[in-house]
Design a protein around this ligand. Structure first.
Ligand SMILES: NC(=O)c1ccc[n+]([C@@H]2O[C@H](COP(=O)([O-])OP(=O)(O)OC[C@H]3O[C@@H](n4cnc5c(N)ncnc54)[C@H](OP(=O)(O)O)[C@@H]3O)[C@@H](O)[C@H]2O)c1
Length: 214
């Protein structure tokens, strides 16, 4: 199965780093275009190729690692998903600019972390995400840890635990294989409406949890 990663920031680049370390091939894309990825692909070696968003979005498994507020723009004009697997690695948070007055907002408990929760009403994030990618089989993964830890699947004398959740058993089995190939201990949190809210930042009970299988 070929893999596309959309987003090459903290999350997308570290997913690519984790894949590269295990020789897993992927095409990575961002808003700025393939030429902007030359330094990253030089660092990561031959299994990670820079591509256009359309190329990455055409893969069998597409990891979406862009800011929440970029999703609607991203999905416009992409080819039909045709039952392909899309990994929702996003979280519904706004990144606050360093000089933003919101960084000092006493009403925002996350201000010190430079983020602000996006109000989704009574919906969970992957339900909204799924509506943006009709016809895709959505699995949530990679979103519940700090991106910087992803290139270290071995931790504390064991394997880093990676949660995933989704409604399609075959899609989940393929994502599980990918997580295992990357060296993680994959743990199925169940259906998207069960596991998704548990994993979702900023307030999911398992968000930012760091477990290891020893
Ligand atoms: N950072 C973490 O530790 C972490 C952990 C778990 C989950 N997440 C989630 O992962 C997502 C990405 O976070 P991040 O920290 O990686 O953000 P980031 O460092 O700001 O990177 C964002 C990436 O998305 C790309 N992008 C933005 N708009 C786009 C568009 N319309 N089409 C295609 N690509 C677009 C950017 O392209 P350019 O490079 O060309 O600007 C950039 O590569 C967010 O939903 C975040 O909540 C982050």
């Amino acid at each position: 199965m070929n893999i596309g990663i959309i987003g090459s920031g903290a999350l997308g680049s570290n997913i690519a780093r984790a894949f590269a370390a295990k020789g897993i091939s992927a095409t990575i894309a961002n808003k700025s275009g393939p030429a902007s990825l030359a330094t990253l692909t030089a660092e990561l070696g031959p299994t990670i190729a820079a591509g256009t968003i359309e190329q990455a979005a055409g893969a069998d498994i597409v990891v979406v690692a862009v800011p929440w507020e970029a999703l609607e723009t991203l999905v416009k004009g992409l080819p039909a998903w045709n039952n392909r697997i899309v990994i929702d690695a996003t979280n519904p948070v706004l990144f606050l600019a360093p000089d933003s007055p919101d960084r000092n907002d006493p009403g925002n408990p996350l201000a010190a972390y430079g983020i602000k929760a996006i109000d989704l009403g009574d919906q969970y994030a992957s339900a909204i995400f799924s509506k943006l990618v009709p016809g895709a089989r959505v699995v949530k993964a990679f979103n519940h840890v700090d991106a910087n830890v992803l290139p270290q699947p071995q931790v504390a004398g064991g394997q880093r635990t990676m949660f995933y959740a989704g409604d399609d058993a075959a899609a989940k089995a393929d994502v599980r294989k990918l997580l295992e190939a990357a060296g993680y201990f994959a743990v199925d949190l169940g259906a998207l409406d069960v596991g998704g809210p548990l994993m979702q930042l900023p307030f999911g009970a398992l968000a930012m949890s760091n477990f290891a299988k020893v």
